[in-house]
Design a binder for this molecule. Sequence first.
Ligand code: FES
Ligand SMILES: [Fe+2]
Length: 468
Amino acid sequence: MTLEQVRVDSSAPLLSDGTSLSELIDQDFREVSLRVLNDEELYQLELRNIFTRAWTVVAHEDEIPSPGDYVLRWVGEDEVIVSRSDEGEVTVALNVCAHRAAKVCRFEVGQARQFQCPYHGWTFKPDGTFLGAPIGRESMHGLLRPKSELGLRKGRTEVYLGMVFVTFDETAPTLREYLGPMTYYWDMMFGRTESGMTVVGHPQRFTIKSNWKSAAEQFAGDIFHTLSLHRSMQELQLLSSDGPQQEPAMAGVSASYQGHFVRCFDLSEGHYVNALKGKDLANLAPMERLRLMPPPGMEPGMVDQLESRFDAGQLRILAEYTPQVGQLFPNVAGLAMPFQFPDGSVSAFFTWRTWVPKGPDTFELFHWTVVERSASQEFRDTVNLMTSATFGASGFVESDDTDTWPMQTHAARGALGREQKLRYQAVLGETKPDDWPGPGQVYAGFPKDDSQWNFWLRYVDFMSGRPW
Ligand code: FES
Ligand SMILES: [Fe+2]
């Protein structure tokens, strides 16, 4: 079963009032109509053209460690069952009965070898395979279709860095192809040890009265806003003890690929974390620097593993420009940042998150805290504490953003407001340093609008029905 391929030219009418994609996303002036943040018709197109087709994250594999374990999650507004089969495979199936559309599973988390629909009792394996209908001799599933066509709709799943990705588009490229060169950087954030990272339980979930794209376009590269919106990070001296007058770290390198994004922060900036202060960094080899200050979320004893997992270029980036924040199009973001407690002791916050749409003016934020599997309990606790203090439902950094995004969505409801534009005119073009070892489109220096604009270009690809 393939998805209906709805293709439109960017200049052809997309919405019922005749508005085209190229009017909504004006590529000449790099302006986006504010209407995109609160429009029911556009939202319905996004559910079909983006969320059923793009690879997105629904769970971490450790949430369902044993055969029969399952969790309920969302792909767009479609509820799915994410489960572990007897063979150990992770499967994803639509939680909509193939008979007459009741939910076959009604619990958020559990253990089941089969699901029986509460309505007429049809039974399915967790991976969606149809097993049978009650009173078999009556053939209540009918004879027009073979049983093989009466299962729950199945997604394609792949696991990367422990996260379960799914797409419902059979024509989609593999996840590795979809992510392309971004895995070079994301491996450095979340794939640094042999044992990998695990989650601290199931994700926190909370509802934000904002269109999902406010979060997505920000996590596609808006580092600039930390200067003002997240000023309290500096005032609380969570990066270093230089005092509230210090400038937040703006130097670094961004990499972008087909709407995906990562930011690598320049650790040579003098005010960055206490551990690097006063050290003769220029004369230290990458591994020496990494032993001096392990990548965020790693204990000193883990650092030697890095040499066997990464090439020389990656080790240099880890030591000098650690990747700390990024997003995978359309709605999967990650943070892996070094922070310190007020007493100067080093910690980090670590999270994967997704922006799950719940209407044109609402999304649900799924927030997983992740830690190295091989970390000591004490170290895990500090990362968990720091992550909870900064991000998630109780995070003071998160609350800056989740206070701001609804303002944009609210503005888009006004008759005048919806005619306003989101502007992305601070674009420099690629500025890849000659000695930068990493792939992708590379933008060095002060973070400009380039990678965020790339997000909107990818949005156009999907919305016009031509993502691949
Ligand atoms: S709707 Fe599920 S068995 Fe009828
Ligand atoms: Fe932010």
